[in-house]
Design a protein around this ligand. Structure first.
Ligand code: NDP
Ligand code: HSE
Length: 452
């Protein structure tokens, strides 16, 4: 039997992901040692409560509340606590002690990545984070290494499993958003303590910042990511999308944007959008994630799989552990993050996109042409218009009921207007003018269209 030298591994956190990482490190110790050329010895697990019941049976003697001493004893530190504090302090302590660090903490990276990567570079350590985006899906390494010689133009990602599960339930089971969120919470997908992180798009925005930074070799601050969640999405919008051949998905979009003066910027944004049913992302169901990458030479690539889950995410963490351990065996400095391009991150208004706008308007001569002129005045070109005349029975009057006597209401029609690509600022101004128009009874839906 080969005697390997041993590398000391410290684990911070033993929740959904950490407990599975610990189990894999212990159960697969021999195989991992053979792959790395060194033993991987789990020397301790820092938690808040060492006696709390765990999902996975782990040796009690490994648990400690003294994270700092544990960190200082390790060659490799795995941070799976979540949150920004004290995770940031612990990661800095680990890097400054010369340890390589592995984290799945997108919130920490999106807020403090620049500082952490700078420290790692300074001390010659490496910060790995494959689990931070897309759970089990390999996407960080493909962007950082496999596509390092290509030019990534655009990324369209479904990077939050909880919201994808909710939107999928609304589409396939007819659930309201509230019902679907309740199921997602019962199944353990949505954060019980902070559902806003998922449904308001904060989690996806952090992931968009990480992906855009990697893809465009630029620092993308979290504050520069435009974010809209799914809490405004109604069952009516989901049903109308289905009838129109679309599905609504919460998308993280990172793309290069050409400015009028010929210079280049990048955009990172998160919002719910209509995606054509035939687009590969439309087939991503339930809690699954997928990242669709368009690169100049490689063309279209799609990365798909489990975006969350303790065991699934542990796979990505273990991949990073093996990479870090191999670097320790071979030696040499860590590879710095590449932010040399330093491209400006543009406001949402500078982005070109398409809208689908649903309006209820008074059904009278000349209304359609006046609505069309609002689009024209704002330099938005209309691509499609569908009109449905409202039924004579007003909503709220149950069939068979005798309505109270009243003045007849003006006839209304529903218009569904699809636009060509236009600047977001122009589209937003168009919607504002429509809302203020006397002939528009209600703007019932405004959704962007992506993937066409
Ligand atoms: P959990 O909430 O399940 O577990 C967190 C763990 O960290 C617990 O063991 C907790 O200790 C410990 N912990 C928290 N705060 C402290 C502290 N101040 N000091 C010491 N220990 C602490 O988190 P997850 O496993 O779900 O997630 C871990 C990380 O992985 C997060 O950054 C998350 O975003 C990321 N991630 C998670 C995925 C998932 O599917 N769950 C998918 C992809 C990434 P105790 O047990 O004593 O309370
Ligand atoms: N809350 C996240 C999700 C977990 O639903 O995708 C994985 O980052």
């Amino acid at each position: 039997m080969i005697e390997y030298r041993s590398l000391k591994i410290a684990l911070l956190g033993a929740g959904s992901v950490g407990s599975q990482v610990a189990k894999l490190l212990i159960d697969n110790a021999d195989e991992l040692a053979a792959r790395v050329g060194a033993g991987l010895e789990l020397v301790g697990i820092a938690v808040r409560d060492p006696d709390a019941p765990r999902r996975v049976a782990l040796p009690r003697e490994l648990f400690t509340t003294d994270a700092r001493s544990l960190i200082l004893s390790a060659d490799i530190v795995i941070e799976l606590m979540g949150g920004v504090d004290p995770a940031r302090e612990y990661v800095l302590l680990a890097l400054n002690s010369g340890a390589d660090v592995i984290t799945g903490n997108k919130a920490l990276l999106a807020e403090h990545g620049a500082q952490l990567f700078a420290v790692a570079e300074q001390v010659g350590a490496q910060l790995y984070y494959e689990a931070a985006v897309g759970g089990a899906i390999p996407i960080i390494r493909p962007l950082r290494d496999s596509l390092a010689g290509d030019r990534v133009e655009r990324i369209l990602g479904i990077v939050n499993g909880t919201t994808n599960f909710i939107l999928d339930r609304m589409d396939t089971s007819g659930d309201t958003l509230e019902d679907a969120l309740e199921v997602a919470t019962e199944l353990g997908y949505a954060e019980r303590s902070d559902p806003a992180a998922d449904v308001e798009g904060y989690d996806a925005a952090a992931k968009a910042a990480i992906l855009a930074g990697l893809a465009f070799h630029t620092t993308v601050p979290l504050e520069s990511v435009h974010r809209e969640g799914i809490t405004g999405i109604t069952k009516e919008q989901v049903d109308a999308a289905r009838e129109g051949g679309y599905v609504i998905k919460l998308l993280a979009i990172c793309e290069r944007v050409a400015a009028d003066d010929g210079s280049e910027g990048v955009s990172a944004r998160v919002y719910p959008a209509l995606v054509p049913r035939q687009h590969p992302l439309a087939a991503v169901r339930g809690v699954h994630n997928a990242v669709f990458v368009q690169a100049a030479a490689a063309g279209d690539l799609m990365f798909y799989g489990a975006g969350a889950g303790g065991l699934q995410t542990a796979s990505a963490v273990l991949g990073d552990v093996v990479s870090a351990a191999r670097r320790h065996v071979v030696g040499g400095p860590g590879v710095a993050e590449s932010t040399h391009a330093d491209v400006p991150v543009l406001e949402i208004g500078a982005v070109r996109t398409r809208y689908q706008i649903t309006l209820r308007v008074t059904d009278a001569p000349g209304v359609l042409s006046r609505i069309a002129s609002i689009f024209a005045t704002n330099e938005v070109s209309v691509e499609t218009v569908t009109q449905t005349v409202a039924s004579e029975q007003e909503p709220g009057v149950a069939s068979g009921a005798i309505p109270a006597r009243r003045e007849p209401l003006p006839a209304t029609a529903t218009l569904v207007i699809g636009t060509h690509e236009a600047f977001e600022s122009a589209l937003a101004a168009t919607v504002d003018t429509l809302r203020a128009s006397d002939e528009v009874v209600a703007v019932t839906s405004v959704l962007r269209v992506e993937g066409v």
